[in-house]
Ligand binder design. Structure first.
Ligand code: GLN
Length: 505
């Protein structure tokens, strides 16, 4: 097996056994990034910065002070600000922007130093492409061009964390960070055959994450296995006083249940999921779901049943409303968050203008792409006096009902299982002319962000064109370790997650 095919859990063992150095691993991935430029997965790579971090990691390993992740390379979505690498959120507005500080996610994972004594010691490989300001479902909204799907380069990689997904799927990074406001970790993970988890809102600090919709934004890992995601999430998450919605630090090891049976000390090792109640929401299997996706997710449900789980039908009656609710609330928050990009405080400034208001107008017109402008307009509209009650307030009320629906379902089950998306990846350009058609693709992922629940994407099959299919596991608040356990038990008994993208391998 080559290094890029190895889960980070095994890479960590090879580093600890001194079978490979961090510098060698980092160089290996930098070479693959260079050879794999056509995927357009990265926006900024700086070999000397990565190699400098790798040699620091090697020193830590040599000193005997290495942690679980020391020396392992990681790619960061370009929404996280980084010292060293440029941070643009894939927007022309921030072209060339150099942040003076690291996002908390970046420092939590990074090489320890005086400023950051608790860093996990990972090596940054660079910044990955994304939909501009994380607005999109296909990565076609990047100002720097779309990301191609490593399973078939005529298809989208998904979005908005498409660069992170393609980087891992094509073997240009062993693992990557992503963010998920309405599905942006789970959907590209599903489209590229990866495992990814969006944690409960507040688990991972948003400090230094370029804000899209602050009440929904949450960061998480995208990797090859549930075990790898558990490793990365344990290091990413922390309490952060600089993020007012950050949860108290539970110091959790999200991998603590991975190899356990659902019922602790159960003697029935053939049925590790005995006692687990899996809820299948009937609204997630209704009209609009591609048959091949439905079949793959149903087969995965059967596989969980074989492992001892009980399948129960549940209902999430307001599922359809999650689309209008999200597409009112997220743009409303975006219109406010993006007001800072005015050519004065942040961002591109037009060369020529008549007066102050003309300068704002020209700078924003030139700096933002079409989808970002559309959302700023929608967001400003739904917040304005006279329409606020009809749209924003109404959406907030339904948001509460959507969260209550999940709580009712969790009375009957421990985890919810469904598809991540209605279909597999689509052809580049196929939906980009019609924003509403694109928004409808988010139907199964938006509601968990509205409710703040943890949810993950796990590979569960392929369609007849050999494009990956993902299943979604949704848990109650703070049940990440349990979700990862279910996914891990499934992965011990399936090999979908081990398949390699043919064009990328
Ligand atoms: N596709 C959704 C949107 O365009 C979600 C994006 C995200 O999660 N960042 O808003």
């Amino acid at each position: 097996m080559s290094w890029h095919q190895l889960p980070i859990a095994l890479m960590a063992k090879a580093l600890a056994a001194k079978e490979v150095s961090s510098v060698e691993l980092t160089q290996y991935f930098l070479d693959r990034i260079e050879a794999g430029k056509h995927w357009n997965a990265y926006l900024d790579v700086s070999a000397h910065l990565s190699l400098d971090q790798a040699s620091k990691a090697d020193k830590i390993i040599a000193s005997g002070k290495a942690g679980k992740l020391t020396g392992i390379p990681v790619a960061h979505k370009d929404v996280f600000v980084t010292r060293g690498w440029k941070s643009t959120a894939a927007s022309k507005m921030l072209e060339g922007y150099q942040s003076p500080f690291d996002a908390t996610v970046v420092s939590n994972l990074g090489i320890p130093d005086e400023l950051n004594p608790n860093g996990a010691g990972m090596v940054c490989l660079g910044k990955t492409n994304m939909d501009e300001f994380a607005m999109g479902s296909s990565n076609e909204n990047s100002a720097y061009g779309p990301v191609l799907n490593p399973w078939n380069s005529e298809y989208v990689a998904g979005g908005s964390s498409g660069g992170s997904a393609a980087a891992v799927a094509a073997g240009l990074a062993p693992i990557a960070t992503g963010t998920d406001t309405g599905g942006s970790i789970r959907q590209p993970a599903a489209f590229c055959g990866l495992t990814g988890i969006k944690p409960s809102y507040g688990r991972v600090s948003r400090y230094g994450m370029i804000a899209y919709a602050s009440s929904l934004d949450q960061a998480g890992p995208m990797g090859k296995t549930a075990e790898d995601c558990a490793l990365l999430l344990s290091a990413m998450s922390s309490h952060d006083p600089r993020d007012s919605t950050s949860l108290a630090d539970s110091g959790e090891d999200y991998g603590r249940y991975l190899t356990q049976s659902w019922i602790k000390d159960s003697a029935n090792s053939a049925k590790p999921l005995e006692g687990l109640r899996v809820g299948l929401p009937k609204e997630f299997f209704a009209e609009g779901l591609a048959l091949e996706v439905a079949n793959a997710v149903n087969a995965a449900a059967k596989a969980l049943q074989q492992l001892g789980a009980e399948l129960i039908e549940v209902s999430l009656p307001k599922t359809k409303l999650s689309i209008p609710v999200y597409y009112v609330l997220a743009p409303a928050e975006a219109s406010s968050n993006l007001s800072r990009f005015d050519g004065v405080r942040y961002g591109h400034r037009a060369n020529e203008y008549r007066d102050l208001s003309d300068m704002y107008k020209k700078s924003r017109t030139e700096g933002f792409g079409a989808e970002v402008k559309r959302r700023i307009l929608v967001g400003t509209y739904v917040l304005c006096h006279g329409y606020y009650d009809a749209y924003y307030l109404q959406a907030q009320k339904i948001r509460r009902i959507i969260a209550a629906d999940f709580q009712a379902a969790f009375e009957k089950c421990d985890v919810i299982l469904g598809p991540v998306a209605p279909d597999v990846a689509w052809r580049l350009g196929e939906k980009s002319k019609d924003p509403v058609q694109m928004y409808l693709e988010d139907i199964y992922t938006l509601s968990t962000n509205l409710a703040g629940l943890p949810a993950m994407s796990v590979p569960c099959g392929f369609n007849t064109s050999n494009l990956p299919i993902g299943m979604q596991l949704i848990g109650n608040y703070f049940s990440e370790a349990r979700l990862l356990q279910v996914a891990h038990q499934y992965q011990q008994n399936s090999d979908w997650h081990l398949r390699q993208a043919s064009e990328g391998a």
